[in-house]
Design a protein around this ligand. Structure first.
Ligand SMILES: Cc1cc2nc3c(=O)[nH]c(=O)nc-3n(C[C@H](O)[C@H](O)[C@H](O)COP(=O)(O)OP(=O)(O)OC[C@H]3O[C@@H](n4cnc5c(N)ncnc54)[C@H](O)[C@@H]3O)c2cc1C
Length: 403
């Protein structure tokens, strides 16, 4: 049965567009309001998608161009700062078990695929959401230009600094993770791995990751703990551009890391680099009120150490589509029940993923030399079976999947 009612979506990022597609497919009349005039322009760099996220894209019908334009990751390798191997696993085993690949994809390509699957006429670009007002039988979206839009359900998909969340929960501060990330797609190939390999190097208060992309390009992410950032002369006000001088300092900070970290940075032009001080919020329940629901980073921001935020946003969209399928959004009580069902399904999962990412972010940015040595020894002692179990391929999870 086709859903009935009008849905207003704040934000056309991964969460907003994917949720809009899922709800449009479920029969609702959906309009998306996006602050940026050109949301693709801000997309920048790349991101990794786990097999579960690719399955979510498949269920939205947009996996084809994303998988085609991305690069499969077949292996993961971890190194210490001296270049010694301290861990790794065949990612293909994870992909085979899920029935979908693990991929790295340019962000712009993912956004383009999502945009292409949603009618352009239903997307209002350059439109900032200022707030909302719930009435008994509907919700009014208040736009910054002073106009209003009426609907039956508002989806708050407006990201880490969500205006919808702020109105729902108050203006609570974000939690700094204690490190900053610089990321870019560079025109250089890393090494000559026989299979496409994701590599991560862990140091003292510094990490460097690299992922192959099609066309001889490499996606890289360099991170520095606050103290290392300051020591490298890289502290600067937010939103100021990444200058050539800062770029040279960044390369210098990774000069002692195993090759090709500094070389990859140097081979990338500074204008391609996106700098992001990392922030999240501790998991907080209460994602909905009578006619408003938070999804994606607006609901569950997480540090990017495990590369899951975008994938979890995609999984949200599929879950929203499922719980609202066949609903009449004018039915006040029925809507509230379904919004709670969504949170019951998604809160425990995303809280676990976010807590694991926070914990891993701390461990990866450990600065004390003894703790760093201990961490590296522990990683080195981790067997391939343990790595795979952490990725959901343990005996228990295998049994659960085949049940
Ligand atoms: C360094 C780094 C690396 C990452 N790597 C990965 C990775 O490898 N894999 C992965 O899955 N995730 C990764 N992530 C996380 C991922 O980027 C986010 O989880 C994801 O982008 C969240 O999508 P979203 O749509 O919820 O929010 P956003 O992407 O922030 O989108 C929100 C949208 O809402 C718009 N908006 C904001 N305010 C308003 C307003 N008031 N009115 C109208 N529109 C508004 C914005 O312009 C934007 O288009 C990474 C994050 C970082 C910082």
């Amino acid at each position: 049965m086709s859903g009935q009612g009008r849905v207003l979506v704040a934000g056309a990022g991964i969460a907003g567009l994917a949720t809009a597609i899922a709800l449009r497919d479920a029969g609702f009349d959906v309009t998306v309001f996006e602050r940026a005039a050109d949301p693709l322009g801000a997309a920048g760099s790349a991101l990794g998608l786990h097999p579960a996220a690719v399955l979510a894209l498949r269920s939205l019908g947009v996996d084809g161009p994303v998988v085609e334009g991305g690069a499969e990751v077949d292996r993961w390798e971890l190194q210490d700062w001296g270049g010694r191997r301290i861990g790794g696993w065949p990612q293909t085993k994870v992909s085979e078990a899920f029935g979908a690949p693990s991929i790295t994809v340019p962000r712009a390509l993912l956004h383009q695929a999502l945009h292409a699957a949603f009618p352009e006429g239903q997307l209002r670009r350059g439109t900032t959401v200022a707030g909302y007002r719930e009435t008994g039988d509907g919700v009014e979206l208040l736009l910054a230009d002073g106009t209003r839009q009426s609907g039956h359900l508002l989806i708050g998909a407006d990201g880490l600094r969500s205006a919808v969340r702020r109105q729902m929960h108050g203006d609570t501060p974000l939690r700094p993770a204690g490190f900053t990330a610089w990321r870019a797609v560079g025109d250089k190939v890393v090494g000559s791995d026989p299979v496409p390999t994701a590599r991560q190097v862990l140091g003292a208060g510094a990490t460097f990751g690299s992922w192959p992309l099609p066309g001889g390009r490499t996606y890289w992410v360099a991170t520095l703990a606050d103290e290392e950032q300051e020591a490298a002369g890289l502290t600067r006000p937010p939103d100021s551009p990444h200058t050539p001088e800062e770029h040279a300092r960044l390369a210098d900070a990774f000069r002692t890391a195993p090759s090709p970290a500094a070389g990859l940075i140097e081979a990338t032009t500074p204008d391609r680099v996106v700098r992001t001080p990392i922030l999240d919020r501790p998991p907080q329940a209460g994602w909905s009120t009578a006619r408003t629901l938070l999804v994606g980073d607006a609901a569950h921001p997480m540090v990017p150490t495990t590369g899951q935020g975008g994938g979890q946003a995609l999984l949200d969209s599929v879950a929203v589509g499922n719980v609202l399928r066949g609903a009449d959004l004018r039915d006040h009580h029925g809507l509230a029940v379904r919004l709670h069902q969504f949170e019951e399904q998604r809160f425990p999962v995303t809280a676990k993923v976010a807590q694991a990412a926070w914990h891993q972010g701390r461990i990866h940015h450990e600065r004390d030399p003894e703790q760093v040595a201990l961490r590296d020894r522990r990683l080195h002692a981790t067997t391939e079976a343990e790595w795979l179990s952490r990725l959901g391929l343990g005996p228990a999870s295998t049994a659960a999947r085949s049940a």
